[in-house]
Design a protein around this ligand. Structure first.
Ligand code: SF4
Length: 278
């Protein structure tokens, strides 16, 4: 059985940048370091940071004086950023620049009088942060959900960075038929699109796909959905320990795709175990 790893599997540029920032701060800060929420959606990477003494807090109210606060790749809600500044904490802003873009657009478009629509998951940390920057009406539409009737004439649509392009297109199209003015700003991260294209291609070429990454990672779950739609023998795992030999019975080639927050060493662990199964 051959094992084929997608070219884009593993940390994206934004995650690598933030993880490097945390490691650097942990080594040199000389004071307690916390991350505001799990730094990335990968339990194995978060555990490694905890070994370096980096704690995770859920709110600035939990942080003690003299602590360095690192903001995660998904960003933070505006009021928490303001609270950190007001309390005088040293803040290392690890928000991915591609996440800052929808934050800035939510603010700018709402100031311009648009009802802001975000295509994404309202419970995801990134989307909560983006909503907090809107200064007027803001509605989140989950991919696959019905498009709601909105009272405003001017609507602007943006997307969670990990949104699937077809979902964004569907919602923009539906709104365009109902409102006088619809402005679409594609805030999907290019890394996400490239990774999804790669996963699609991989799923067409292999007999089974293993998608590696946190079960709480939106972009990893999307990759699994994309691959499963093409190759029904698709499995989403966090580590090699979850792999079952019977999943790969009769397979000539197994493909590995991985989310943007999946460390290389976790991907490699899965590849090694698959080779052993072979
Ligand atoms: S997937 Fe894109 S938006 Fe998300 S952290 Fe990576 S580079 Fe940034």
């Amino acid at each position: 059985m051959d094992v084929k790893i997608a070219r884009t599997a593993g940390f994206c540029w934004g995650v690598r940048r933030t993880v490097d920032q945390v490691m650097d701060v942990a080594d040199h800060a000389g004071r307690p370091v916390v991350t505001l929420g799990p730094i990335i959606h990968n339990p194995q990477a978060v555990a490694r940071m905890q070994e370096k003494g980096v704690r995770t807090v859920n709110a600035i109210a939990e942080v003690e004086a003299g602590t360095t606060v690192v903001v995660r790749t998904h960003g933070a809600v505006k009021s928490e950023m303001e609270a950190a500044k007001a309390r005088g904490f040293e803040v290392v802003d690890g928000t991915c620049p591609y996440v800052k873009y929808p934050q800035a657009m939510a603010q700018r478009l709402s100031r311009q009088g648009y009802h802001v629509v975000i295509v994404g998951d309202a419970n995801h940390a990134e989307v909560k942060g983006v909503i907090s920057y809107a200064e007027g009406p803001c509605t989140v539409v989950r991919p696959g959900a019905p498009v709601p009737d909105l009272p405003d004439k001017k609507v602007a649509v943006i997307a969670q960075t990990t949104c699937i392009g077809a979902d964004f297109e569907r919602i923009v199209g539906a709104l365009a038929l109902r409102h006088k003015e619809v402005r679409a700003v594609n805030t999907i991260c290019s890394d996400t699109e490239e990774r999804q294209d790669d996963a699609r291609q991989l799923a067409r070429e292999v007999d089974a796909v293993v998608v590696v990454g946190g079960k709480n990672s939106a972009n990893t779950r999307h990759l699994a959905e994309i691959c499963r739609a093409i190759q029904p023998r698709t499995w989403h795992v966090e580590t090699e320990e979850e792999l079952r030999p019977e999943w790969f019975r009769g397979c000539g080639t197994v493909g590995i795709s991985a989310g943007a927050s999946t460390p290389d060493w976790v991907v490699e662990g899965v590849a090694q175990r698959l080779r052993k199964l072979a």
